[in-house]
Design a protein around this ligand. Structure first.
Ligand code: SF4
Length: 471
C-alpha cells in the first residue's frame, strides 16, 4: 500500500520534535522564534527570577511594545503619566526594565522598528517559512501566512520558552480550507476569513491547524494571507498556514532579518520543499467559493455571527444566547444592517493595519469627508507602516477627510488609553473580536474590512464599499 503523504504542518512539526509525544506526555518541540510584548511577560519574568533561571536564547526573541502603548506621540517616559492609563504605563516600564535585566533587545519608543508584534515580525523578515513561532498572544497565527507554524501560548508557557526555547504540545489535527476563484472588486481577505468563521463557527477549527489551499491563493498578497491567518483562531483553530510560494520569497527578500547571500539561496531551496504532498490527507476539509463572496459584516457578539453586507440579521430560532447577542447589539432578526447608524470607525489592529489596508481605506476616503458624528480613528500597525503611508501621502488623505491619524499600536482593538468606543456606542471596526465590551465598557462592534469601514465612515452608517471606486 502506498504510504500517506504529509501535510505542510506535519512536515514542520516533525522537524521540530525534541522529544516525541506519548500517551502520557505531550511532545517537546523546539521554538525558533519567541515574540514577546508587555502584556503577557511580567509574570513570566517573575517566574524566571523566582526560579533563578536565565534566558536560553536571547537572540531568538523579538521584543516590542504594542498593547499598552499610547497612540499619541510621546517625548519621554514621563509623558506616559499623562497619556496612558496607570496599569498600561506600569506594564511598559516593567517591560523596559525586564528586557534590560535579562539582556533582550527591545523595540522601544525611540525605535523605528516598534509596532504590533504581528506586524513587525513579517516586515522585519523575522517571520520565515518552516519556523516554529510562539507569543503570549492568540493572534500569533498571523505568521502562518509565510508557512511558519505559529500560535499563541499562555504566561507560564512564555516563561518555559524563555528558559528552555522549547514547549510541550499535543499534536493538533489538520483542516484544509480550499479557496477557489478570485476576489471581486470591493471584497477583501477579511471577507474571506469572516465567511470561513461563519461557515464552521467559532469552535469549528478547535484542535486543528488550518492550511489554506486552492487556486485563490496565488492571487492573494502576503498581507491578505496575514489577515486570513490572523483570524483563524477566531474559528478556534490552533494556527492558520499558507504554503510559501514565489510571493512569499519576493516579500522576504532583503528584509532586515531575512537570510543573505548563500544563506538566502539555501533558504529558498528549503522553503520550496514546504508544501503538503499531493497524497497528504487532512482530518477535515472545507470549500469556499471566493468569487461568490460579498463584503461581510458581523451582527452579533462573536466573529461567527456574520452575514453579507446586503443581508438581513438571521432569526435566532429560540436560541437564548443568540437572542442575548442581538439584544446586546440592539439589532433585530429579519432587518438589514445596511444604512444602520454608527458612532465610531476604527481602522487598525493586527488584522488590518498594514499598508495595503490603509491604501484600501484611502482609495475610498480620498477627497471625501467622514461624517461629523462618526469618530474615525486610523492607527498604523507599526512605525514602519506609518512611515510608508506618510511617504505615499495617505496621512494627508485621512486628516483631510476628518479622520484621526495616530502612532502605531493595538489601540481601539482592545480599547486602551482613551482609544475606546463609549458605552452603548456602535463601531465598525477592522479588528478581530466583537465580544461584549471588547472596545470599551458597554461598546458594540461590527467587524468588517477596511473598505467597508472607510465607506461607512463617510455617511456614519453601515455602507457597502462597492458603491465607490475600489481596489
Ligand atoms: S491588535 Fe488586538 S488582537 Fe492584535 S495583538 Fe493587539 S490587542 Fe491583540
Amino acid at each position: 500500500m502506498a504510504s500517506k503523504g504529509k501535510t505542510l504542518f506535519e512536515k514542520i512539526w516533525e522537524q521540530h520534535i525534541v522529544v516525541p509525544e506519548t500517551k502520557e506526555t505531550p511532545a517537546l518541540i523546539y521554538i525558533d522564534l519567541h515574540l514577546i510584548h508587555e502584556v503577557t511577560t511580567p509574570q513570566a519574568f517573575t517566574l524566571l527570577r523566582e526560579n533563578n533561571l536565565k534566558i536560553r536564547a536571547p537572540k531568538k526573541i523579538l521584543a516590542t511594545m504594542d498593547h499598552s502603548t499610547p497612540t499619541v506621540p510621546i517625548q519621554s517616559l514621563k509623558d506616559l503619566d499623562i497619556v496612558a492609563e496607570k496599569g498600561p504605563a506600569q506594564q511598559i516600564r516593567d517591560m523596559i526594565q525586564n528586557c534590560k535585566d535579562f539582556g533582550i533587545e527591545l523595540y522601544d519608543f525611540d525605535s523605528d522598528r516598534r509596532g504590533i508584534v504581528h506586524v513587525i515580525g513579517p516586515e522585519l523578515g523575522a517571520t520565515q517559512p518552516g519556523r516554529t513561532m510562539v507569543c503570549g498572544d492568540s493572534h500569533t497565527s498571523t505568521h502562518g501566512a509565510f508557512g511558519a507554524l505559529a500560535f499563541g501560548i499562555g504566561t507560564t508557557e512564555v516563561a518555559h520558552v524563555l528558559a528552555t526555547q522549547c514547549l510541550l504540545q499535543r499534536k493538533p489535527k489538520t483542516l484544509a480550507v480550499n479557496l477557489n476563484g478570485r476576489l471581486n472588486k470591493g471584497v477583501s481577505a477579511k471577507d474571506i476569513i469572516l465567511k470561513v468563521i461563519g461557515e464552521i463557527g467559532v469552535d469549528g477549527g478547535t484542535g486543528h491547524v488550518i492550511e489554506y489551499r486552492g487556486d485563490t491563493v496565488s492571487s492573494l498578497s502576503l498581507e491578505q494571507r496575514m489577515t486570513i491567518c490572523n483570524m483563524s483562531i477566531e474559528a478556534g483553530a490552533k494556527a492558520g498556514m499558507f504554503a510559501p510560494d514565489d510571493s512569499t520569497i519576493e516579500y522576504l527578500k532583503d528584509r532586515p532579518f531575512s537570510p543573505k547571500g548563500k544563506d538566502w539561496e539555501k533558504s529558498i531551496a528549503q522553503w520550496s520543499e514546504l508544501k503538503s504532498d499531493d497524497n497528504a490527507v487532512f482530518d477535515k476539509e472545507l470549500n469556499i467559493d471566493v468569487h461568490l463572496l460579498e463584503p461581510m459584516i458581523t451582527f452579533g457578539t462573536n466573529p461567527g455571527m456574520v452575514m453579507p453586507i446586503n443581508g438581513e440579521v438571521p432569526d435566532h430560532e429560540g436560541n437564548v444566547s443568540f437572542k442575548q447577542a442581538l439584544n446586546y447589539m440592539q439589532v433585530e432578526s429579519g432587518k438589514p444592517l445596511l444604512d444602520h447608524p454608527i458612532d465610531v470607525v476604527f481602522i487598525g489592529s493586527c488584522t488590518n493595519s498594514r499598508l495595503s489596508d490603509l491604501q484600501d481605506a484611502a482609495t475610498i476616503l480620498k477627497g471625501r469627508k467622514v461624517s461629523e458624528s462618526t469618530r474615525t480613528l486610523i492607527v498604523p500597525g507599526s512605525q514602519n507602516v506609518k512611515k510608508e503611508a506618510e511617504l505615499l501621502g495617505l496621512d494627508k488623505i485621512f486628516r483631510n477627510s476628518g479622520a484621526e491619524w495616530r502612532e502605531s499600536g493595538c489601540s481601539m482593538c482592545l480599547g486602551m488609553n482613551g482609544d475606546t468606543v463609549g458605552k452603548g456606542q456602535l463601531a465598525v471596526s477592522t479588528s478581530n473580536r466583537n465580544f461584549e465590551g471588547r472596545q470599551g465598557v458597554g461598546s458594540r462592534t461590527i467587524l468588517a474590512s477596511p473598505k467597508t469601514a472607510a465607506a461607512s465612515a463617510i455617511t456614519g452608517t453601515v455602507q457597502d464599499p462597492r458603491q465607490y471606486e475600489v481596489r
